[in-house]
Design a protein. Structure first.
Length: 383
């Protein structure tokens, strides 16, 4: 029987840095800045970090590079690379290590300068030999296939996809840190330049710089620190394939498995959740994941996002920072779902704060709908 140390570890620091454009800074520069901010929130010294988890887009040995850069000698380093879901998997490992007493302080960090350093999207995944003859635009063509199939099978429309983008922008307009702000209408989305049919440029995530980090420790220690601990109630990951050419059903992802297990370990259900952060690399992601996580039935995601339901003031607050569509997307977005939910559960969201938020879900995606990971977080009231 799968087990998880519910509420036995906590996030005591969560920070972002350099969102948007950070010219002259490397990915590791950015990650280190976010890490120091997160450590400062908990008043934990850098030398006390004994487990380091990091995954940067341009360094296959970033665990070693980051330890050297920070000037620390951790007992354990982890550089598991599953794309944007990497950091939720890092959190799972860190939770188990803290419970076992193997470490005392875990730092998970990420940074990317892909906008100013690379000038565009940096994809770590090449098309499979079965996809290559069709010359896909990686990764957008894979998501376009999923969107097309969802439209064919369930009648989902481009207008419904546009509601996802418009809702994200409304949240971003409440977030001073968001990179893309200003008015965005359904018409703007429908008339935008097509990238990979049926996905237009407004269905695609931003290309930005940025960094994020969290600091974790055991819950008993967290209560002694001058911070507001956010407790890890349940977490699970699942991988069904690498390339979408191997998917048995393009409208169902491994999120349906990771979410079921994460909710079971946390002892809660989708109906209990106050705020949701999803990896919205493309608008179809939000629809697929709302279905797979159990917030609506399969095929009903398009109708679910209409009418401002996931926008400010809606029944289910989703991607309250603006998400990858309007806040930031520096190559891998997963860390930002964790940080934003900590902001919400600590009551620090300002104009975008969800009133009374106690339970939150973070969901991340890696590859091309390949690796999925789900984390349930809660305040002290949920223990």
């Amino acid at each position: 029987m799968e087990q998880f140390p519910r509420g036995r570890s906590a996030i005591v620091g969560a920070a972002t840095y350099g969102i948007g454009e950070a010219p002259g800074m490397t990915s590791l520069d950015l990650a280190a800045k976010a890490a120091m901010k997160a450590l400062g929130q908990a008043d934990i010294a850098l030398k006390d970090v004994d487990a380091l988890f990091v995954c940067t887009p341009n360094d296959a040995l970033s665990g070693l590079s980051a330890a050297e850069y920070l000037g620390i000698q951790p007992r354990f380093t982890e550089n598991n690379r599953t794309g944007g879901s990497s950091f939720h998997s890092h959190l799972i490992v860190a939770s188990l290590m803290l419970e076992a007493g193997y470490c005392e302080t875990a730092l998970i960090m990420y940074g990317s300068n892909q906008r100013t350093g690379a000038g565009g999207l940096v994809s770590m995944r090449l098309p499979s030999p079965y996809e290559k003859p069709y010359k896909p635009m990686t990764p957008v063509s894979s998501y376009a296939l999923a969107a097309s199939r969802h439209m064919y099978q369930y009648g989902t429309t481009r207008e419904q996809l546009a509601h996802v983008a418009v809702s994200a922008r409304k949240w971003a307009n409440l977030n001073p840190e968001a990179f893309a702000r200003g008015e965005l209408s359904i018409s703007d989305c429908l008339n935008a330049r097509m990238v990979s049919d049926p996905l237009s440029v407004r269905d695609c995530c931003l290309v930005t710089d940025g960094a994020a980090a969290i600091v974790m420790t055991r819950s008993d220690r967290a209560k002694t620190l001058n911070t507001t601990p956010i407790y890890i109630l349940g977490a699970a990951a699942a991988t069904w394939y690498s390339g979408v050419d191997q998917a048995q059903d393009l409208t169902v992802t491994a999120a349906s498995e990771s979410a079921r297990r994460a909710f079971a370990l946390a002892g809660v259900a989708p109906r209990d959740i106050d705020v949701v952060q999803l990896y919205d690399a493309f608008t179809i992601n939000t629809i697929l994941f709302l279905e797979d996580l159990g917030f609506c039935a399969k095929g009903e995601g398009g109708a679910f996002v209409e009418g401002g339901r996931i926008a400010p003031g809606g029944a289910l607050p989703v991607n309250t920072n603006g998400g990858g569509l309007s806040c930031c997307h520096p190559g891998m977005y997963g860390m930002f779902t964790l940080v934003e939910n900590c902001v919400q559960l600590r009551g620090e969201g300002g104009d975008r704060q969800v009133s009374g938020a106690e339970l939150a879900v973070c969901h991340a995606n890696g590859g091309t709908l390949s690796s999925q990971s789900t984390v349930v977080l809660g305040t002290a009231a949920t223990l």
